[in-house]
Design a protein around this ligand. Structure first.
Ligand code: AP5
Ligand code: MG
Ligand code: ZN
Length: 216
C-alpha cells in the first residue's frame, strides 16, 4: 500500500504516520526528518537545505525527489510506504507518479488532513520530541504520563525544532498555501484524494485514517 499524508505544517502528519506505521506495517518516509538528519550530520544535502528550512521555504525539488527516489529502492519499502511531507509541489507529485510507474506501483490514497490555520501555530509552538527515541509530545495536547519523562523510553532529554518558532511557522503556512495546496486538485483529478477532519482529537484522527485505509 502506498499512502500520502497531505496537510499543512502541524496538521499531525508525523503523529499519525507513526501510529499507522505501527498498525499496518508500512514504513514512514518523512522528507522533513530525513532533511533534519542531513542538516545534523552536515552532509552536502544538509548544507544546501538548512537555510531553506530555517526560513520556512521549500528545499529544491531536485534534492527531495533524489532523496525519495533512493529511499524507495530500499528493502523495507517493498511492502508499502507512507509518505509524510512529500510531495509538496506539483513537480514533486509528477516526479513521484513517474517513479511509481517505473516500479510498476500505484498510489492508493492521498489523505488530506484539514486543520484551521489558527490551531496550527499553537500546535507547532507547543511541540517537542524525545531526544532519544523521537516520540512526539505537546505542551498541552499530548504530555508524557510522568512530567519530564518519555513514555516510550524513559529518557529525560527532549528537543524542540529550530523552525518551530512563530515567525517561521507563519512562513511555512504561506509556503503551504502557495506551493502545496495545488496538490489537492491534482490528486482530486486522479480520484485518490480522501479528506479527513484533522481538527478532531488525535485518537479520532487515527480512527478516521484507519477507516480510509480499510476501504482501499
Ligand atoms: P516537515 O518536517 O515536513 O514539517 P511540516 O510539513 O512543517 O510539518 P510538521 O512536521 O511541522 O507537522 P506535522 O504535520 O508532522 O505535525 P505533528 O504530527 O508533528 O518539513 C520541515 C521543512 O523541511 C519544510 O519547511 C521544508 O523546508 C523542508 N521539507 C520537508 N519536506 C520537503 C519537501 N517535500 N520539499 C521541499 N522541502 C521540504 O503535530 C504537530 C503538533 O500538534 C504535535 O505537538 C502534536 O502532538 C500535536 N497534534 C497532532 N495532532 C493533533 C490533534 N489532532 N489535536 C491536537 N494536537 C495535535
Ligand atoms: Mg512532521
Ligand atoms: Zn523516548
Amino acid at each position: 500500500m502506498i499512502i500520502i499524508l497531505l496537510g499543512p505544517p502541524g496538521a499531525g502528519k508525523g503523529t499519525q504516520a507513526t501510529r499507522i506505521m505501527n498498525n499496518n506495517g508500512l514504513v514512514q518516509l518523512s522528507t522533513g526528518d530525513m532533511l533534519r538528519a542531513a542538516v545534523a550530520a552536515q552532509t552536502e544535502v544538509g548544507k544546501k537545505a538548512k537555510d531553506f528550512m530555517d526560513s520556512g521555504k521549500l528545499v529544491t525539488d531536485d534534492i527531495v525527489i533524489g532523496i525519495i527516489a533512493d529511499r524507495i529502492e530500499e528493502d523495507d519499502c517493498k511492502s508499502g510506504f507512507l509518505l509524510d511531507g512529500f510531495p509538496r509541489t506539483v513537480a514533486q507529485a509528477e516526479a513521484l507518479d513517474q517513479l511509481l510507474i517505473n516500479k510498476g506501483l500505484k498510489l492508493d490514497a492521498v489523505v488530506e488532513m484539514k486543520v484551521n490555520d489558527e490551531s496550527l501555530v499553537d500546535r507547532i509552538t507547543g511541540r517537542y520530541t524525545c531526544a532519544e527515541c523521537n516520540q512526539g509530545y505537546h505542551d498541552t495536547n499530548l504530555k508524557p504520563q510522568k512530567a519530564g519523562v518519555c513514555d516510550s523510553c524513559g529518557s529525560t532529554n527532549f528537543n524542540r525544532r529550530s523552525d518551530d518558532n512563530r515567525e517561521t511557522v507563519v512562513s511555512r503556512l504561506a509556503t503551504y498555501h502557495a506551493q502545496t495546496a495545488p496538490l489537492l486538485p491534482f490528486y482530486e483529478a486522479q480520484g485518490v484524494l480522501k479528506t479527513i477532519d484533522g481538527m478532531a482529537d488525535i485518537d479520532d484522527v487515527t480512527v478516521q485514517i484507519n477507516d480510509v485505509l480499510k476501504q482501499l
